[in-house]
Design a protein around this ligand. Structure first.
Ligand SMILES: [Zn+2]
Length: 122
C-alpha cells in the first residue's frame, strides 16, 4: 500500500521548491508539481518532508520508470529468499563436476488451485 504524503507535507515541499523542479530546476507550471518520495515508500521511505522532492512532469515520469526497475529487482530478491529460485548452496559439495541442471523447483511443490478442480455435476 502506498503511503502518500499528508497534505501539509506536500504543501511544505512545494513551498520549499519555490516554483522549480528540485531535480532539473525547471520552472513548474501551476498545478504541474509532483511531490515524489526520494526513498520509495515500498522500500521504507517515510511520508515526511525530508523524504519529499518536488518534480516536474518529465522528471516524475523518469523517476517512476526507475522505481519500476528497482521494485522488479526487489521482487527477484524476494523470490530467491522464498525459495522460488533455488539457492546456490548445493554447489559447495561438488565444486568440480557440475551435475545436470535440476528441473525448476517452482511448480511441483504447489497443490493445484481448487478453483479449477472439476465438479461432478455440470
Ligand atoms: Zn524536472
Amino acid at each position: 500500500m502506498r503511503r502518500e504524503f499528508p497534505r501539509k507535507v506536500k504543501a511544505a515541499a512545494i513551498a520549499r521548491a519555490a516554483g522549480h523542479c528540485e531535480r532539473c530546476k525547471a520552472a513548474l507550471k501551476a498545478g504541474g508539481a509532483e511531490v515524489d518520495h526520494i526513498l520509495e515508500d515500498a522500500l521504507g521511505g517515510e511520508p515526511v518532508l525530508a523524504n519529499a522532492q518536488v518534480l516536474c512532469g518529465p522528471c516524475h515520469k523518469e523517476k517512476t520508470a526507475e522505481r519500476i526497475v528497482k521494485i522488479r529487482k526487489a521482487d527477484r530478491a524476494r523470490d530467491k529468499a522464498s525459495g522460488a529460485i533455488r539457492p546456490a548452496g548445493k554447489i559447495r559439495s561438488a565444486p568440480f563436476a557440475k551435475p545436470d541442471k535440476p528441473s525448476r523447483p517452482s511448480r511441483q511443490s504447489l497443490p493445484p488451485k481448487l478453483i479449477y478442480a472439476s465438479r461432478t455435476t455440470p
